[in-house]
Ligand binder design. Sequence first.
Ligand code: FES
Length: 56
Amino acid sequence: MYVCLCKGVSDRKIRESVSDGARSWREVQQETGCGTQCGKCACVGKAIAREAITSE
Ligand code: FES
């Protein structure tokens, strides 16, 4: 499912960025662009990134 419509980032893309080495929400943002435009998706994006990071 798409988390970020502005940048077209899916939950899968966020998880991929974590398995590729992103270790914080900020790094996920830098890599995917999620939450860097309107910011509406930041809350959900951050939660998915955190969950993925803690389960790494
Ligand atoms: Fe993600 Fe707008 S929906 S920045």
